[in-house]
Design a protein around this ligand. Structure first.
Ligand code: SAJ
Length: 432
């Protein structure tokens, strides 16, 4: 099938790179967002998200005339829905954006069009939620128009490369839909394009992120056990990973971001009685910020300080993972909040987002102001500039020489040589 014009609904972390990549490969693309501020910003050459290389890609797409930004869809050969699926307070998927996007397409749907859902969604969303909305057009899915689910699997920080190189799964409501989806993505995808049915494709996406979440949860539990038994979890993991069939992930302050900390809930919601392991793994990872707070408390007490209330704590890094500026569901922010509600004076520093505002946290513009007179410095994200900090240069600015490393980013020897008492997650035997 040949595609000349497509409409991409949702211009966020996935939709904008996807729309721009199609445009840069010669398709006419209408990029649609319901947020008028985003539409205006993009039309005026601005960018609302940070991703390496994205600015150049978007500018090239708009500059070529192939990408136009709009606040509503129009007739096209294909429609791609790439809107967020956050979760509600009770952890159920919030499908309102997906449903509104599908509604907005319906009046423009024509015979032989292709509709693609990319947003991560609970199993059977394409069949049970999308089909009824789109068939409101009077056309039948599979018979009159093609419909596929094709999840995005790119890693934030490497989106532009992975968009092109990763294998892509395309799940159709019927075979000819899947083939139409393959024809569309083969415009730029160099990885393998694997065809399946829509519900399998939905499950593939959820299984990938759930697998990672459960594996990080076990690493986090290992870090707690290591503290209990007085061993260094990092050494133990390194040795265990030499086994040909073992690959333990990294413990840390918890699991954040808008994907891995969210997607497993879609499976729990869909079948609670079948998912006790997935639910518990989520809870283990959600509890990990508290484990870090307990480490901080014990470190303060071992230094003869009263504990968290009244202490001055510098937390370094607020993003959900290393070297990105995205703070959604960030465990580092949760650590800061927990410390703050327990009465600490928290000074936070995020090198990639200095204008950030977080309730209850004092945000420092520089590393110096963050650590000035601190009782304890905690490394919560392994950002390159934070890992590279030289403790010798910091030592005179703090009130008490206490360092907690929640990500295994700092060299223990260097920090101890500079005069710090040093604590690392999963490698700390506290005094009884
Ligand atoms: N983390 C650990 N230990 C580890 C690995 C990660 O604590 O060993 C933490 C990170 O610090 C972060 C969280 O887990 O807080 C998630 O980070 P991540 O790098 O594992 O994944 P995301 O959320 O940035 O991207 C994931 C990817 N999924 C998989 O690797 C299976 C990506 O390919 C997906 O496209 C993306 O979710 C998505 O959009 O669903």
């Amino acid at each position: 099938m040949i595609f000349e014009k497509i409409c991409v609904i949702g211009l966020g972390y996935i939709g904008l790179p996807t729309a721009s990549t199609f445009a840069n490969h010669g398709l006419k693309v209408v990029g649609v967002d319901v947020n008028q501020a985003v539409v205006e910003l993009l039309r005026n050459g601005g960018l609302h998200i940070h991703e390496p290389g994205l600015r150049t890609l978007v500018q090239a797409a708009i500059g070529s005339g192939n990408l136009v930004i709009s606040d509503s869809p129009e007739t096209a050969d294909a429609f791609i829905i790439a809107v967020p699926t956050p979760f509600l307070a009770d952890k159920r998927a919030d499908m309102r954006f997906v449903e509104a996007a599908a509604q907005s397409i319906t009046p423009h749907l024509r015979h032989r069009n292709l509709v693609v859902l990319e947003s991560t969604s609970p199993p059977r969303t394409t069949l049970d939620r999308l089909v009824p909305i789109l068939e409101g057009s009077g056309l039948k899915a599979g018979l009159d128009f093609h419909l596929v689910y094709s999840p995005e699997r790119v890693l934030p920080g490497q989106i532009l490369r992975e968009l092109i190189e990763n294998a892509r799964v395309v799940g159709g409501v019927d075979r000819s839909s899947a083939e139409a989806g393959r024809d569309l993505y083969s415009t730029f995808v160099r990885g393998e394009i694997v065809l399946t049915d829509a519900t399998t494709a939905e499950m593939v996406k959820l299984m990938e992120n759930t697998f990672r979440d459960v594996n990080i949860a076990v690493a986090n539990e290992f870090s707690r056990l290591a503290d209990r038994f007085g061993i260094d979890v990092w050494e133990a993991i390194e040795i265990a990973n030499r086994h040909p069939r073992v690959e333990i992930l990294r413990p840390g302050p918890g699991v954040g971001g808008h994907c891995i900390s969210v997607d497993p809930w879609f499976l729990v919601e869909a079948a609670p009685e079948l998912t006790p392991l997935i639910r518990i793994a989520r809870q283990v990872n959600d509890d990990q910020p508290l484990f870090v707070v307990q480490m901080i408390e014990r470190a303060l007490k071992e230094a003869g300080l009263p504990g968290i209330p009244g202490s001055r704590i510098a937390i370094l890094g607020l993003a959900y993972k290393s070297d990105v500026d995205d703070v959604r569901e960030s465990p580092a922010i949760e650590v800061g909040r927990l410390l703050s509600t327990r009465g600490a004076r928290v000074n936070a520093y995020e090198p990639y987002k200095r204008d950030l505002q977080v309730e209850g946290l004092q945000i420092a513009a520089t590393i110096e102001s963050a650590i000035s007179s601190a009782d304890l410095i905690a490394l919560l994200v392994g950002h390159k500039p934070l890992v590279a900090l030289d403790p010798v240069k910091l030592v005179d600015q703090v009130r008490c020489r206490l360092a907690v490393d929640a990500v295994n980013g700092w060299q223990e020897k260097t920090w101890k040589a500079a005069g710090f008492r040093f604590y690392r997650i999963g490698a700390t035997s506290f005094e009884p």
